[in-house]
Design a protein around this ligand. Structure first.
Ligand code: NAD
Ligand code: MG
Length: 396
């Protein structure tokens, strides 16, 4: 892809929380970025509104039964071409005209299109952590092979990336790094007792104290599975191991993570909890652009706090670490069971504490096998989902 200006951007998951924040940053810089393609699962109204505002070349609705509806919403003569189906998500992610791909689909559904962008050698802005958790080695090998430019958007990983020397984000030893301090907000139930956790509702779980996000990642933040997924994500992105990554609960969510060097220096990245900062960082890297985020008011904040995560009340953190250590399909099974359990919780069919129970049971019943090919990964994902559905009934 030619890196002339404006850069042509494909946004996978444009209607979501990250997708909308990406569109907000792009709209501030029409001379730098142009929206090439936008995609969504089923939200046709939101996708049509984006098309009217941004005039992308393509709009892809993954549920192809909704293509006629989207065409109708846009009306005759609209410059955006409407496409449907999963194959077209991959087409717009890998199209020669696209320079940059924002991978912001939630969950395993994002794996194949994100990998298509990687294999096509794009600048890939990675928000869809589940894709990397599922396919770690395959994903990172594909980055090296294609020469794709992988930039982390998850706020913690973007912070770590910013705290590392340029060009050495996969050579921590060479960079003189002792450890990574991965910060966590602790979620909405940081101070809730184990008894209270059994009764919390989906709306309580989705009311995150600092960040406004999609519902799935909000529940993950509340169980600390999000931090577990991020621990795995950090190990793949920065070529390291869990023993070198220490989770620090920091309820203010202002320090987005830190890197400690051999000489005792600790470098932190700070900012308001607004995803437009890491998104702007990835879009413009290595340059800096305005993201619309206001200056940080440290006087108003006054102080920062740190505590260790409670691994008893929040067992998902250790479940993730164990799945990563098991290797192979371990993280695939972890992620699939989590997605099924979170969906059941959001639908009112599983208690909050049942989420960890379902995942633990599925993990212990599924043998770990190699996850070297996409086919093996997708097969393990399907099998774990089926097993999680069976286990769900036991915990209802
Ligand atoms: P969201 O639920 O708000 O949006 C998800 C997007 O993916 C929507 O556009 C939706 O249409 C699309 N999508 C969902 N299922 C799909 C499917 N089966 N096929 C195709 N498209 C599908 O989610 P979000 O909060 O924007 O999160 C997106 C990703 O970014 C997640 O992986 C999340 O972990 C990660 N992330 C989000 C935040 C945040 O602040 N929201 C922060 C860090 C990382
Ligand atoms: Mg994060």
């Amino acid at each position: 892809a030619g890196y002339g200006l404006p850069r042509q951007v494909t946004i996978l998951g444009a209607t979501g929380s990250i997708g909308q924040s990406t569109l907000d940053v792009i709209a501030r810089h029409p001379e730098r970025f142009s929206v090439y393609a936008v995609t969504a699962h089923r939200s046709v109204d939101e996708l049509a509104a984006i098309c009217r505002r941004c005039h992308p070349r393509y709009a892809v609705i993954a549920d192809e039964t909704l293509v006629p509806r989207l065409v109708e919403l846009l009306g005759p003569g609209h410059s955006t071409q409407v496409l449907g189906g999963n194959q077209n998500l991959c087409e717009v992610a890998a199209a020669p005209e696209a320079d940059t791909v924002m991978a912001a689909i939630v969950g395993a559904a994002g794996l194949v299109p994100t990998l298509a962008a990687v294999r096509a050698g794009k600048r890939v802005l990675l928000a869809n952590k589940e894709a990397l958790v599922m396919s770690g080695a395959l994903f990172m090998d594909a980055v090296v092979e294609s020469g794709a430019e992988l930039l982390p958007i998850d706020s913690e990983h973007n912070a770590i990336f910013q705290c590392l020397p340029v060009g050495q984000s996969r050579d921590l030893q060479g960079a003189g790094v002792r450890r990574i301090l991965l910060t966590a907000s602790g979620g909405p139930f940081r101070l809730s007792s184990a008894e209270m956790l059994q009764k919390v509702t989906p709306d309580q779980a989705c009311a995150h104290p600092n960040w406004s996000m999609g519902r799935k990642i909000s529940v993950d933040s509340a169980t600390l599975m999000n931090k577990g997924l991020e621990l795995i994500e950090a190990c793949w992105l920065f070529n390291t191991e869990p023993s070198r990554v220490e989770v620090h609960v920091h309820p203010e969510s202002i320090i987005h993570s830190m890197v400690e060097y051999l000489d005792g220096s600790v470098i932190a990245q700070l900012g308001s909890p607004d995803m437009r900062t890491p998104i702007a960082n990835g879009l413009a890297w290595p340059e800096r652009i305005d993201s619309g985020v206001e200056s940080l008011d440290l006087f108003a904040l006054g102080s920062f706090h740190f505590e260790k995560p409670d691994r008893k009340r929040f067992p998902c953190l250790d479940l993730a670490a164990e799945a990563f250590k098991a290797g192979g399909t371990g993280p695939v099974v972890l992620n699939a069971a989590n997605e099924v359990a979170v969906e059941a919780f959001l639908a009112g069919n599983l208690s909050f504490t049942g989420i960890a129970s379902v995942i633990e049971t599925v993990l212990s019943s599924a043998p770990v096998s190699p996850a070297t090919t996409l086919e093996e990964i997708l097969a393990a994902d399907h099998a774990a989902r089926a097993e999680a559905q069976v286990q769900l009934r036991r915990f209802q």
